[in-house]
Design a binder for this molecule. Structure first.
Ligand SMILES: NC(=O)CC[C@H](N)C(=O)O
Length: 225
């Protein structure tokens, strides 16, 4: 297994993702988007950053890069794909996952640790947790507010595709624990296949014990092991 971490102009969490994965014993390589994915990718990370300077909307331009067609094909054939922060924005902009990530309710860039409630423990991304667990993972975004039309939201909930919700340290999902005004406190969702997931918080920043106050994010990356 070699995870391909796709780098766009303006990505800035690609090295962090590679380091966190390697720390967990998972082989990972950065792939410059113009070079394309390996013929048979084993796993894909769309990392965080400011691809194309967040022009138009965060993730909007990267979502239209030719490599995303390869990512879509790989996702459709069951290759695990994880979008983190800007990667989540690219995932939603490219239609891999439902909804959109828009400007935070605060209209400010927010960089802080948050708590997440694990809503599903039966997916590759959350097998290391129990359903209802509270984990601590940092956010760092200006456009992280999850927005979705009411019908699509109902469908998302009915299909049990909400992976994480923002909560307080006791696990209570409240408005006060919602850092960016996301609909229904949604922090991460599954694609049509549960092998595709995106989330705004950064698991790779909560994996290495020497750079983080929490290593709760490691469980998500272990999906690639
Ligand atoms: N850390 C990130 O990936 C940031 C994503 C994006 N640039 C935003 O501010 O919302």
């Amino acid at each position: 297994m070699t995870v391909s971490v796709v780098q766009f102009g303006g990505s800035n969490c690609d090295r962090d993702a590679v380091r966190a994965l390697r720390h967990l014993g998972i082989d990972a390589e950065r792939v410059w988007h113009e070079d394309g994915l390996p013929a048979e990718p084993d796993g894909i990370v769309l990392p965080g950053g400011f691809s194309y300077g967040d022009y138009l909307r965060a993730g909007a331009m990267a979502a239209r890069a030719p490599v995303m067609e390869e990512v879509r094909e790989a996702a459709e054939s069951g290759v695990p794909v994880l979008g983190v922060c800007n990667g989540a924005q690219i995932g939603s902009e490219s239609g891999l996952t439902p909804g959109a990530f828009t400007t935070n309710a605060s209209a400010r860039f927010q960089c802080e640790p948050v708590h997440l409630r694990v809503e599903r423990a039966d997916t590759p991304w959350t097998a290391a947790y129990d359903e209802g667990d509270t984990i601590e993972v940092p956010i760092a975004h200006g456009e992280g507010r999850f927005e979705i039309e009411a019908d699509a939201h109902d469908e998302l909930v009915a299909e049990n595709r909400v992976l994480f919700r923002y909560c307080d340290e006791t696990g209570a999902v409240t408005d006060a624990a919602n850092p960016n005004g996301s609909t229904d406190n949604v922090a991460g969702v599954l694609g049509e296949r549960e092998t595709v997931a995106v989330l705004m918080p950064h698991p790779e920043r909560a994996t290495l014990p020497d750079v983080a106050t929490s290593t709760d994010g490691a469980g998500m990356l272990e999906a690639f092991a």
